[in-house]
Design a protein around this ligand. Sequence first.
Ligand SMILES: [Zn+2]
Length: 280
Amino acid sequence: MPPKDISTTMGHEGDLSGFRKLLNSFLFDMHGPRGKITNAILLIIIMLAVMVTMLGTIDTVRAQWSQQISIFEHAVLIVFAFEYICRIYAARNRWHYIRSFYGIIDLVTVLPLFIAGDSFVLVRLLRLARVIRVAISFPVVRALFISLKGSVHLLMGVLGTIGLISVLVGNAVYILEPQTFSDAFEGTWWSLVTMSTVGYGDFVPKTPIGKTLAASLIMSGICMFAMVTAVISVKVGRMVNHMNKCMSCKRGLSPDYAFCPHCAAAQKQPPETIETISGS
Ligand SMILES: [Zn+2]
């Protein structure tokens, strides 16, 4: 699910009153000065938390600092929990926030606070939500996700074709060369690794027919993955070209244009940037 821009759905003070309005501008208005400050502070805390968690996976560091790391972890979780409660309180449409991509990520970030006992792996996996939060804190990353929204079908088609070819050739190579591949899944794994031109070399076909299959896989792989690249680059290019809007007709245009291609109006430099690159 590609994230929507949070400020268009939950922000913009609107008809909120007093303290809630102020809190809303700090937490949701990511284009205003207050929201930018909050976003920057939270981003620093999250990045610190990610770094500390990673350092904690080094045996020598954990042996010496385990208590401090644990205290820091709990402090960070309490900050996140406080932030989550504040967001629910300040959101203009609370239910909308809770159900949104952001709301779910925020909730998942807080969850380890309520998990006790031997669920170590679960807690570690839940901490990964922080990395996602770092990513979506950057408008450019959000814009990249949103720009791919319209091409999900096409990408699924190309990736699905790659998967089908892998299964087909994987089964074929297992039938034709059973001495190398102990089952069809190994054959499929080998086909995928070969098609992507990664080639780990954990399985290598030895018969002429196996090598012929490998050669055709490599050739078709280059073409198939080129299509994935093409779909993505067209979308990203389109996003860049509509990042700004015309001063007079408000249609999207590239930041390079001195004149609008739609209404010929001259653009002051730099043209007014669209509030949310996400469009809509
Ligand atoms: Zn124009």
